[in-house]
Design a protein around this ligand. Structure first.
Ligand SMILES: C[S@@+](CC[C@H](N)C(=O)[O-])C[C@H]1O[C@@H](n2cnc3c(N)ncnc32)[C@H](O)[C@@H]1O
Length: 386
């Protein structure tokens, strides 16, 4: 769109108004086409007015698909009609209501005056200020790049230099008593958290300034330990910025179908969850630097995935990997495209069967996967070049 040819007089008479100049007079077929389009919409919601030298578009609510269909039907070769369509499509501020984009008044009651100033006064992420993070990032030594390493993460991470990993995505063992090869899962809770936090401390140290750490964690398990809160508190205490959380809706309604706690009694009903969380933290800065040419997320994906409730089915055939808690590839795919650039270094310190490393490799990221089980590490290696 050529800026000089458009003008955006916001919200005049309760419409968003866009003026589009045309260099020469419109062809009579184009004027007819605009008349024809107008007939298909309620003028209170959408209307195109033809004036000498320009058109004015009055926008309140619009079904974009319908507009696209009509333009195609009438005259899809008119560059001006296509320009009208593209100009409207490029407007980013709207909400969707009954398949229509709503351009005015949708957030009136939410408007806050002097928002920036108030935000400064409140001091956003106050808990993560006055940190001692090193701001100088450094490359990860070659011996760790694109490797699956078998061993205890705490020991291996200690050897890795500060500020050398772009993104950490992981799902720690939950301490449920699951049957992993080569490691116990069912420690006294205090020992469990002490070990987990030693590993996470190393994770924070080796993360680049501006890097992200994303932890997949379940909301409740029958010991009444709020693992997701304890983990979040740990990161917050360690000056990481809480960037947000994604609700991973697994839709597994049949889980623990008969675990009611106190059946039909308020004495102690048992709450069930069909979802898990991804808790997202940033080191030092919410913005992650990267080259624009290394962005690989599409506009459609971005729009869909920033709505932070992701409906993704859990992996059904865990037997295939001989592992009880495998990530769905789709989950990793979305995380990596939304939060990292091509060429970034991705670490999973509890890599299991290597879903993180396999998807990172496929998406042209560099990877480092660590797991304590030699069998899982072999599976992870096997998934890199299927
Ligand atoms: C929830 S699973 C991760 C599954 C993985 N996301 C996948 O897609 O296969 C946790 C993993 O942590 C590993 N593990 C447990 N303690 C560890 C430690 N101290 N160091 C490295 N790995 C460990 C287990 O072997 C297990 O594979």
């Amino acid at each position: 769109m050529n800026d000089s040819s458009t003008c955006n007089d916001n919200n005049i008479n309760n419409y968003k108004i866009i003026r589009l100049k045309h260099k020469s007079n419109l062809h009579s077929s184009e004027i007819k086409a605009i008349d024809y389009i107008n007939k298909f919409f309620n003028q209170d919601n959408f209307y195109i007015e033809v004036n000498p030298g320009s058109v004015k578009i009055y926008l309140k609510k619009l079904d974009m698909k319908k507009l696209g269909r009509l333009i195609k039907e009438i005259n899809d070769t008119s560059p001006f009609l296509l320009k009208i369509y593209r100009t409207i499509k490029n407007i980013k501020s709207y909400v969707i209501e009954n398949n229509k984009r709503v351009y005015v008044d949708y957030n009136r009651e939410k408007k806050v005056k002097n928002r920036k100033k108030k935000e400064r006064n409140r001091q956003k992420y106050f808990y993560a200020r006055n940190h001692n993070f090193n701001v100088i990032n450094q490359p990860l030594p070659e011996k760790y790049i694109n490797k699956i390493i078998c061993g205890d993460s705490e020991q291996i991470l200690k050897e890795i230099p500060d500020n050398s990993i772009d993104l950490i995505l992981t799902s720690p063992p939950y301490n449920f008593g699951l049957d992993y090869k080569d490691s116990r899962d069912g420690y006294y809770w205090k020992s469990y958290f002490s070990k987990l936090f030693s590993i996470f401390k190393e994770c924070i140290r080796i993360l680049k300034y501006g890097g992200r750490i994303i932890i997949n964690v379940q909301p409740l398990f029958s010991d009444y330990i709020p693992t997701h809160h304890l983990i979040s508190n740990f990161f917050i205490k360690n000056k990481m910025i809480w960037k947000g959380e994604i609700l991973w809706e697994k839709n597994n309604y049949n889980c623990k179908y008969t675990a009611w706690g106190s059946w039909k009694s308020p004495s102690s009903p048992y709450l069930k969850y069909t979802w898990e969380f991804l808790e997202i933290f940033a080191k030092g800065s919410l913005k992650k630097k990267g080259d624009k040419k290394n962005i690989d997320i599409t506009g459609e994906e971005f729009k869909e995935w920033v709505s932070a409730r992701w409906s993704i089915a859990p992996v059904r055939n865990m037997k295939k990997y001989q592992h009880p808690a495998v990530f769905p590839e789709e989950l990793v795919y979305r995380v990596l495209k939304l939060f990292s650039y091509k060429g970034d270094v991705i670490l999973d310190p509890f890599n299991g069967t290597g879903t993180t490393t396999a998807v990172a490799h496929r998406l042209k990221r560099n990877y480092l996967g660590i797991d304590i089980s030699p069998d899982y590490c072999n599976t992870a290696r096997g998934r890199l070049n299927p």
